[in-house]
Unconditional design. Sequence first.
Length: 306
Amino acid sequence: MSETPIHLDRDIVAYHCGKDVAPRVTVTSGSLVTVATHDARSGKLKRPEDVIPTAPDFGAPGHPKTNPVTGPIAVEGAEPGDALAVTILDITLDAEGFIIARPEWGVVKNSVPHQVAKMLPVDGNAVIFDNALRIPLRPNIGTIGTAPAGEGVSSIYCGAHGGNMDSNAVCVGTTVHLPVNVDLGLLFIGDVHAVMSDSEAVGTGCEIGATVTVKIELVKGAGRAWPWMETDTKIISYGAAREYADAAAIAMHEMIDMVSARHALDKADAFMLIGLAGDLRVNQSCNSPIDISVRVEFPKHLAAAQ
């Protein structure tokens, strides 16, 4: 393992996760990497009045210039069927972020008459809302994924490759297990939030630039169909689809499979055990172009092999 982290600046970013993007760096399994990331508006939104001029055009051909990702990071020896285990060691935030509300997005649509933004300075362990309210920090990495096997996927979208997972579970102390779909894996990271509600209720969190430190390990032959996560206390499955029921079914089937294998249970017993001890939570459900995504959290002490 490298003792001094390899550093990637945010001078060069991509707007999609794809095998056509040239690697910024190639590392060996066990390497530490610090990754500087831009906010969702590529560092261009400095004042609330910048919200319209910096808005991406989702109808334009190609990938909208939003949710920039730094990378990709190539991993020596990674090939389809493997997994990258990416442990998040640190998230250092920039001095200020922002939140945006727009009428066409949100758990409740038309909550604002037009697109609006609010600047959110970071002060110690909180972001400051309207110069008065302190919201405790809860940093997460919104977008973390590998290159899919086929065409590249815009970094605003999520899927089986990971991508814009927008999950509060993707935080310091979590290991994200991502499937390797192409040679070298090609890992992308971006879209950090200083704090964000489960569901990303208005379509954004506190969007902010950051520097992320991760440890990247190659696990041969361990790739699953969908990403999954683990902490010291939980295993966490993930699923995404246009409809909530489909997303929930993916995440639940993934957890059933993991609990069944780890606990030597048949699928029915694993499902009942999850029904007693598992929690299904919404990552992102804000009526945007992004799929709904959910996670199932299950206590690790119950998931240990017997």
